[in-house]
Design a protein around this ligand. Structure first.
Ligand SMILES: *Cc1c(COP(=O)(O)O)cnc(C)c1O
Length: 339
């Protein structure tokens, strides 16, 4: 018996892939499925993204790529993250492509040279003469979601540096860059967050024509009424000022319901309910709407509750909320639907 249920709606992923591809004139869409598809399941998301016309899958690590390879033998798979210590025999055997930030380019592997145009993280400061294994040249935006001036500077640097390399696949745009800057589409765009129907801008992804794919549900395990001056949870951060019916829900920060999400809203019995008191490792308390009873479903994400809201309450970005929602055999179950 699982304490919560995570449902991944692959039809929403399909819709989002079509929506993103619709923005692209000639560029390919590459689906970024690192961190187990931002908590949505890399293999299933990757498979339907390819079915809907994505041309490649991107992950952060060789280990993630190897997992994908065994499930998707035909997919083009690019490892974006640090690959300096990768076992090249394994990489070749699995037909992976590597992003590379050093002037020394591994042999016998398709490589995408990374150029640092302002992210200040991975990437070469200057492009090196590309050897025969180089198939692409990439860069990454630091603030495509918030800063159009700096994004324009990065794009201009990139275009200048790569002008002589037009025979290689050129790619720079993430989801925000893809949604906002058609000039940055180039040969391919690398979209992650938008694929999952989550806004890179922290607003409602519906504004971008995207549909959230993850629903997270649990239930009211116990109902109790706090008398005035009684409290719930660690630190007694919620103290009832009048008789207050609360529901205890068996999900906590160990499941990805972050401790600083106290005060966010969920849906119970069709109505919004506030999470009160301190979030525990394995439980939260909610202020119950009048109609709610023990056993009622509690929707933590879904039914209009979006991760962007939880991110706003907890002072983070929806990416971190999504990656944090963990399905583990001992705690929550993840089911995949595709219809
Ligand atoms: C994660 C990542 C992306 C995808 O970013 P989103 O904002 O999720 O679209 C693209 N490129 C690189 C290099 C990344 O690391």
């Amino acid at each position: 018996m699982h304490r919560s249920l995570i449902t991944i709606d692959l039809a929403a992923i399909r819709h989002n892939v079509r929506r993103l591809r619709g923005l692209l004139a000639g560029a390919e869409l590459w689906a970024v499925v690192k961190a187990d598809g931002y908590g949505h399941g890399a293999t299933d998301v990757g498979r339907v993204a390819l079915e809907e016309g994505a041309a490649a899958l991107c992950v952060a690590t060789v280990a993630e790529a190897l997992e994908l390879r065994s499930a998707l033998p035909e997919a083009r798979i690019l490892v974006l993250g640090d690959t300096g210590s990768a076992d090249l025999a394994v990489v070749r055997e699995a037909r992976l492509e590597l992003g590379v930030s050093t002037a020394e380019v591994p042999e016998g592997v398709p490589v995408h040279l990374k150029l640092d145009t302002g992210m200040g993280r991975w990437g070469l400061s200057e492009i090196v003469a590309p050897g025969s294994g180089v198939v692409g040249v990439m860069s990454h935006f630091a603030s495509a979601d918030t800063d159009s001036a700096f994004t324009a500077v990065q794009l201009a640097r990139y275009l200048e540096a790569t002008a002589p390399l037009a025979h290689l696949q050129r790619h720079i745009a993430n989801s925000a860059g893809t949604l906002l800057y058609p000039d940055a589409h180039l040969d391919a765009v690398r979209c992650g967050i938008a694929l999952y129907g989550i806004s890179p801008f922290g607003t409602d992804a519906a504004e971008e024509g995207l549909r959230p794919a993850l629903r997270w549900e649990s239930s009211v395990a116990l109902v109790k009424t706090l008398a005035p001056a009684e409290s719930t949870g660690y630190g007694r951060r919620f103290v009832a000022s009048r008789p207050t019916r609360i529901g205890i829900v068996p999900v906590g920060y160990a499941d990805g319901f972050r401790r600083n999400m106290s005060g966010t809203e969920v849906v119970v019995a069709g109505a919004r309910a506030v999470v009160i008191g301190t979030v525990s490792m394995d439980a939260i308390a909610i202020a119950l709407p009048a109609a709610a009873e023990a056993g009622d479903r509690v929707t933590l994400v879904g039914e209009g509750v979006i991760m962007e809201e939880h991110a706003h309450v907890s002072g983070t970005i929806p990416y971190e909320i999504a990656c944090g929602i963990v399905s583990r055999a001992t705690r929550s179950e993840r089911v995949i639907v595709d219809e």
